[in-house]
Write a protein that binds this ligand. Structure first.
Ligand code: NCD
Ligand code: ZN
Length: 347
C-alpha cells in the first residue's frame, strides 16, 4: 500500500479567516496551503478594493513566519457595487474574484444581492475582464425547502444569469447535491465547482440523527447520502471542473451552541489528513493532487505551486486539537468521525 504521498502544495479555493482575535487564531491552521480564496463576509463585508487590500495586510500579519499561504482576495458583491472599482481592484492585483451571496442566504450575508438586474453591469464587466464570480448557490425564498435550495438556485438564478452573461467565469461554491455535480459537468470551461472536505464525509444524518450536532451544521446544509456519494465521485474523478474549497468557517462555540446556532464547520486543522483518507477509501489517492493542487489553479489561470507537501500513512492516528482558543472563546475543530492515519509532515 502507498504510505507516502508527495503532491504539489494544495490550494484552498474557499476559506473564511475572519478578523481580529479569530483571524489570529485560525490563520496559522491554513498556513500550509499555497493560495486561498478569502471570503469577504466580514461584518461589515469587504466591498471595496481598498478594504480588500487592508484585509489582506491584516491576514499577512496574522500568518506565522515562513507560512506558504498567499491570500487571494475577493470583493463582496452588493446591489450597489461599482463596476469600475471591481475592474480597478482586479487590474491592480488586489482581488482574484468577486463573491455573490444572495441576500440572507448564509452567515453574514445581509448585504448580499437582492436583485440580479441591478448587478448585471458588474457581471458584464467581469465577463469582459475574465474575473471569476464565486457563487453561494442557494435561493433564500422561504417557500423553498432548505434541502432543495441549491437545486432551485441552479434553475431559477444560476442558469439564467449565465445565459444572460456569456463568458462569465463562474465557480459554484461548496456544492452539496448531485444536481450541482450534474450542472457543473454539463458546463464548458467557464464553469467549475468547489467541494468542501466535510461534505465528502457527512450526510444530514450526522447533524440530525440521534440528537442535534451543531458542529456539523453548515450552509449549504449537508444533504442525503446519495448526494454525498455524488460529491465523492466528482471529487475523486480527477475531472478538472471540481476542486477543493474547504469552506473552513470557524465560529466561537458560544455562537454555535445556541438555540439558534450559526452555520459553519472549522476544517482547516485536519483537512489534508481527512482528504487523504477519503481518497484512499475510494481508491483514488493518485487523484488527490488533481483535486487539491491542480484543478483549481488551472481554473483561475495560475500555475500549480512549485513546491510539494508530504503525507505519510502511519499506524498511529494523526493528532490534531479537538478545539482551539480564539481570544476568550473556543472553536471546535471538525470531527470526521473516524481516526486519521495520514499525517501531513511539517517541515
Ligand atoms: C459560512 C460562514 O460561517 O461564514 N458558513 C457556512 O456554513 N459555510 C458562510 C458560507 O460559506 O456559507
Ligand atoms: Zn463559505
Amino acid at each position: 500500500m502507498t504510505d507516502t504521498l508527495i503532491i504539489r502544495r494544495p490550494d484552498d479555493w474557499h476559506l473564511h479567516l475572519r478578523d481580529g482575535a479569530m483571524l489570529a487564531a485560525v490563520a496559522p491552521h491554513s498556513a500550509d496551503f499555497g493560495r486561498a480564496i478569502i471570503m469577504p463576509n466580514l461584518v461589515p463585508p469587504v466591498v471595496t478594493g481598498a478594504q480588500a487590500a487592508d484585509y489582506r495586510a491584516r491576514i499577512l500579519a496574522a500568518l506565522p513566519a515562513g507560512a506558504a499561504l498567499q491570500p487571494q482576495m475577493t470583493l463582496y458583491l452588493t446591489d450597489s457595487t461599482d463596476p469600475a472599482d471591481v475592474l480597478a481592484a482586479h487590474r491592480d492585483g488586489i482581488i482574484r474574484a468577486v463573491k455573490l451571496y444572495p441576500a440572507g442566504a448564509t452567515t453574514n450575508s445581509a448585504s448580499g444581492v437582492t436583485d440580479f438586474d441591478r448587478v448585471r453591469p458588474v457581471l458584464e464587466a467581469m465577463a469582459e475582464a475574465g474575473i471569476p464570480l464565486c457563487v453561494h448557490g442557494e435561493v433564500t425564498d422561504p417557500a423553498v425547502d432548505i434541502f432543495d435550495r441549491e437545486a432551485v438556485f441552479i434553475d431559477r438564478v444560476l442558469d439564467p444569469v449565465r445565459r444572460a452573461t456569456p463568458g462569465l467565469r463562474v465557480v459554484m461554491e461548496h456544492i452539496t447535491t448531485s444536481d450541482g455535480v450534474d450542472y457543473a459537468r454539463a458546463g464548458g470551461d467557464d464553469l467549475a465547482a468547489t467541494i468542501t472536505t466535510h461534505h465528502l464525509v457527512i450526510n444530514r444524518n450526522a447533524i440530525l440523527a440521534g440528537g442535534i450536532r451543531p458542529h456539523y451544521y453548515c450552509l449549504p446544509v449537508a444533504k442525503r447520502e446519495s448526494h454525498r456519494l455524488a460529491l465523492r465521485n466528482a471529487a475523486t474523478s480527477g475531472d478538472a471542473r471540481f476542486f477543493l474549497g474547504t469552506d473552513s468557517a470557524p465560529h466561537a462555540d458560544s455562537a454555535k451552541l445556541q438555540p439558534c446556532g450559526c452555520a459553519g464547520c472549522f476544517t482547516a486543522p485536519n483537512t489534508m489528513s481527512i482528504l487523504a483518507q477519503v481518497f484512499e477509501q475510494d481508491g483514488a489517492l493518485d487523484r488527490l493532487e488533481a483535486f487539491a493542487s491542480l484543478n483549481g489553479a488551472a481554473f483561475y489561470g495560475l500555475p500549480p505551486n512549485d513546491d510539494r507537501i508530504t503525507l505519510t500513512r502511519r499506524d498511529t492516528p494523526a493528532t490534531y486539537p479537538t478545539s482551539i482558543t480564539a481570544g476568550d472563546e473556543t472553536v471546535t475543530v471538525f470531527d470526521p468521525g473516524f481516526a486519521l492515519y495520514w499525517h501531513l509532515e511539517k517541515k
